[in-house]
Design a protein around this ligand. Structure first.
Ligand code: DMJ
Length: 456
């Protein structure tokens, strides 16, 4: 089924928005988000590995041809370093590792080089925004006192380690190792990492902590950096398990109805709200269970299962059986959005991502059932003649569509659905880690270097 869904999403993108970033399935035209500046083709690059994994060979070839002929980074464009890294660098790296086609390696390294000027700050903590022609960077004007964002500068590590690996140029890995160093030197309030860090002063901005937006994938990349290093990156490991400990103490709570949730921490006060983005953490906890101190393994799996259940409830308690952007545990409600501007669903993957991890790690059939419920809801409410669209209010009787088919729907949501219903030996966890946009990157095995030696 996810293959049919992918075909529908891809065919319509191809028909109405080919070469542009995303598809508007109602207007039947291209959609360009300013996150990618003038760089084009986000959906193509994001979808490459999904097409490959689903064995959609013709489509993969046409995508490859587009990349060869048209993907161009010599443009005057201000881009989001984070978004371009996770979608374009990540997408190209996966396409290279899966297919072995040199063009993807070349383009990934070329783009990586374009991103390097973002690190030209007094601390080496990169800017959020970068003009890839002039090399001038800056931060989001709304971010606390000129800060960079934890989930942005903390979500470069996996891709940059691979860029060094593939180019032979150590500079990429050095840049991300330096971010680690800066973070390790800083005092952390209650052991927590604030979402904002000033790249000039090297000091934290506002003490807001989140495992959802602005924080999320920083934690994910600590764990995955350790896994991707074949469990040699001890520093990443320690930072991850210490952070989880602090998160458990200060952010994780249980509602009176028995639902475990992860709240937001604002200078010591809790906001009892959980974002759809935060739902990825169920999968993360379960994935990290194996490396936890032996008496804690079961506990981390359990935590993952509880978050999965809570996020499933956030879907189940809506009219459309699709989850809202954020849901609350206060004012007498549990796992329900109370504010109008938090009731939308934009084809996000995090809940299905967690089902996929929980399925692989426990084989409890309920995760496939929950995934199936999501498929049915997507088909009923988001599928249109012209592709898939997000929904403005998942509690409403009638769909109001936002007219955007997000590129992460093809790279993540549909890929995680496909994996949820595949055998465990498709991209097995011992050999692959998924970047935060669901692009698989190979584990760099300790003996890889020797292997070639041995073969000689
Ligand atoms: C994706 O780009 C990535 O999963 C990112 O980590 C968070 N936001 C979207 C999906 O919701």
């Amino acid at each position: 089924v996810s293959l049919q869904m992918m075909k529908h999403a891809w065919d319509n993108y191809k028909r109405y928005a080919w070469g542009l970033n995303e598809l508007k399935p109602i207007s039947k035209q291209g959609h360009s988000s300013n996150l990618f500046g003038n760089i084009q083709g986000a959906t193509i690059v994001d979808a490459l590995d999904t097409l490959y994994i689903m064995e959609m060979k013709e489509e993969f070839e046409e995508a490859k041809e587009w990349v060869e002929k048209n993907l161009d980074f010599n443009v005057n464009a201000e881009i989001s370093v984070f978004e371009v890294n996770i979608r374009f660098v990540g997408g190209l790296l996966s396409a290279y590792y899966l297919s072995g086609e040199e063009v993807f390696r070349k383009k990934a390294v070329e783009l990586g080089e374009k991103l390097l000027p973002a690190f030209n700050t007094p601390t080496g903590i990169p800017w959020a925004l970068l003009n890839i022609k002039s090399g001038i960077g800056r931060n989001w004007p709304w971010a606390s006192g000129g800060s960079s964002i934890l989930a942005e500068f903390g979500t470069l590590h996996l891709e940059f380690v691979h860029l060094s690996h593939l180019s032979g140029n150590p500079v990429f890995a050095e840049k991300v190792m330096n971010i680690r160093k800066v973070l390790n030197r800083l005092d952390k309030p209650e052991g927590l990492y604030p979402n904002y860090l000033n790249p000039s002063s090297g000091q934290w901005g506002q003490h807001h902590v989140s495992i959802g937006g602005l924080g999320d994938s920083f934690y994910e990349y600590l764990l995955k950096a350790w896994l991707m290093s074949d469990k040699t990156d001890e520093d990443g490991k320690k930072m991850y398990y210490d952070a989880v400990q602090a998160i458990e103490t200060h952010l994780i709570r249980k509602s009176s109805g028995g639902l475990t949730y992860i709240a937001e921490w604002k200078g010591g006060l809790l906001e009892h709200k959980m974002g759809h983005l935060t739902c990825f953490a169920g999968g993360m906890f379960a994935l990290g269970a194996d490396g936890a101190p032996s008496d804690k393994t079961g506990h981390h799996i359990e935590l993952g299962a509880e978050i999965a259940k809570t996020c499933h409830e956030s879907y189940d308690r809506t009219r459309m059986k699709l989850g809202p952007e954020a849901f609350r545990f206060d004012g007498g409600v549990e796992a329900i959005a109370t504010r109008q501007n938090e009731k939308y669903y934009i084809l996000r993957p995090e809940v299905i991502e967690t089902y996929m991890y929980m399925w692989r790690l426990t084989h409890d059939p309920k995760y496939r059932q929950w995934g199936w419920e999501a498929v049915e809801a997507l088909e009923k409410h988001c599928r249109l003649d012209g592709g898939y669209s997000g929904i403005r209010d998942v509690y409403n009787n009638h769909e109001s569509h936002d007219d955007v088919q997000q590129s992460f729907f093809l790279s993540e949501t549909l890929k995680y659905l496909y994996l949820l219903f595949s055998e465990d030996d498709l991209l097995p966890f011992e050999h692959w880690v998924f970047n935060t946009e669901a692009h698989p990157l190979p584990v760099l095995h300790k003996d890889d270097g020797n292997k070639e030696e041995n073969q000689k």
